[in-house]
Design a protein around this ligand. Sequence first.
Ligand code: SF4
Ligand code: SF4
Length: 175
Amino acid sequence: MKTKMETTDANTGASTDSKDDATGDTIGESIENFWEKPLAELNENEWELLCDGCGRCCLKKFVNVDNDETVYTRIICRYYDESLHHCTCYEDRVNKVPDCLNVKTMNIQLSNWMPDTCAYRLRFENKPLYSWHPLIAGSRSQMEDEDIAVLGKVISEEYVHPDGFEEHVIRWITT
Ligand code: SF4
Ligand code: SF4
């Protein structure tokens, strides 16, 4: 497979450590069904809560120049903590990983780089969240049933030679 981007990760607009409790106290600071508002109208708290912490955006990916398809691998950024499902260097992420993109700067081109389940991409495209999203379902259990999170299915980039990325292409994430 020919690739035109050997980058990389990722994209997160949120410090995902609050995503376990996407409902409850934190949501009390936000208006009801805020996730239906346009992204530009979300306050900081609402923006953070929108992320489901799936980790999919932190996987390495390529663009196949033969067909312009974005192809995901199961290789995940070294700074992603699988068990806590969040970035371990969130505040400093763009310094540590220059290709780590911020969904706050998302445009049409960047949105295609994100998984099609991503809450930010969905709302950017004016689509509703999936019913399994913790904000709607009330917990992460439906999200787990749908196998959305990367937990247990990925390998850290620390253990993969850069020349071997193409051996880890996956098809369970689409864009
Ligand atoms: S630096 Fe953090 S947010 Fe960026 S790709 Fe790595 S784990 Fe994900
Ligand atoms: S893909 Fe979207 S919803 Fe999932 S962790 Fe990344 S930014 Fe959050």
